[in-house]
Design a protein around this ligand. Structure first.
Ligand code: ATP
Length: 264
């Protein structure tokens, strides 16, 4: 197991210490995570992989402050996470847009709350900038119901970025998209992540996506009582070009490492 070699303790933005999550169920307590230790560095991109049901979403929602912590703690810049905040943006697999509102109005909704002092024009400019970035420059005024699934997910990404979070939490954001849209949005995500210098934590079931996006791939053991099983450093330079990475000899070493972990 390794931490990013270029990082020092000073750079830790999220520190999970003995993190435990227990869900009460009719059959008794279910211990999903037990004494999990993980540090995430500032401006890092990490992917989290693990078998279905091991507790990836549970971990992400606890970082988001949307799910209570049963034991241990999560320090965010050295302060314990006790609830949600604008410093953390979340992108889920399905963006849950308000169907009667336009793409722009959906993005504006959250931005207004985070920047109450900004003028109407400033708010609109922020939203339009990110909608343009995700390729919806000409579709901002379409109602959410008139957008394809891929376009709705683009709105979800624009909405999360427009809130200007320091940490972006992504729960399989491209899981339901076709492979072309997926590749395009991965590129958009990397571009904005790089430009905004934020920290990104992404859950994925897709080994290739994890390798393409991440600085480190965090592998979770199967539950119950899941923990971090292994961490793989991905050494590709940035910016990353998909073709070059696919042709890189290390690519297959990384891929084998992850698949071996998942198969055992
Ligand atoms: N509110 C809840 N009450 C009881 N059990 C829960 C609750 N939420 C999740 N679980 C259980 O906790 C375990 C972890 O769920 P979680 O959604 O975090 O896993 P996951 O790794 O994200 O799964 P997937 O990859 O399928 O999305 C599962 O067994 C799930 O059934």
């Amino acid at each position: 197991m390794s931490q990013n070699p270029n990082s020092s303790l000073r750079d830790v933005v999220l520190n999970m210490r003995d993190l435990t999550k227990i869900y009460p169920t009719p059959k008794g307590d279910y211990v999903v995570l037990e004494d999990l230790q993980l540090q995430i560095m500032k401006e890092e991109f990490v992917s989290i992989i693990g078998h279905s049901g091991c507790g990836k979403t549970t971990l992400l929602t606890m970082i988001a402050g949307l799910n209570d912590i049963s034991g241990g703690d999560i320090l965010l810049n050295e302060f314990p996470v006790s609830g949600p905040g604008p410093d953390r943006g979340v992108i889920f697999q399905s963006p849950s847009l308000l169907p009667w509102m336009t793409a722009l109005e959906n993005v504006l909704l959250g931005v207004k709350q985070v920047f109450p002092q900004a003028s109407k024009k400033e708010l609109k400019d922020i939203c339009a900038y990110y909608l343009d970035k995700v390729g919806l420059g000409n579709a901002m005024d379409k109602r959410a119901t008139d957008l394809s699934q891929g376009m709705q997910q683009r709105v979800g990404i624009a909405r999360a970025f427009a809130l200007r979070p320091k940490i972006l939490l992504l729960d399989e954001p491209f899981g339901m998209l076709d492979s072309l849209t997926k590749a395009e949005l991965q590129d958009v995500l990397l571009e904005i992540w790089d430009k905004e210098k934020i920290t990104a934590i992404q859950i994925t079931h897709d080994v290739d996506e994890a390798i393409f996006l991440a600085d480190r791939v965090i592998m979770m053991t199967s539950g119950p009582r899941a923990q971090i099983g292994d961490i793989l450093d991905i050494g590709f330079e940035r910016p990353r070009a998909r073709k070059e990475i696919l042709n890189h000899p290390d690519y297959y070493t990384y891929r084998k490492h992850l698949i071996d972990f998942l198969e055992h």
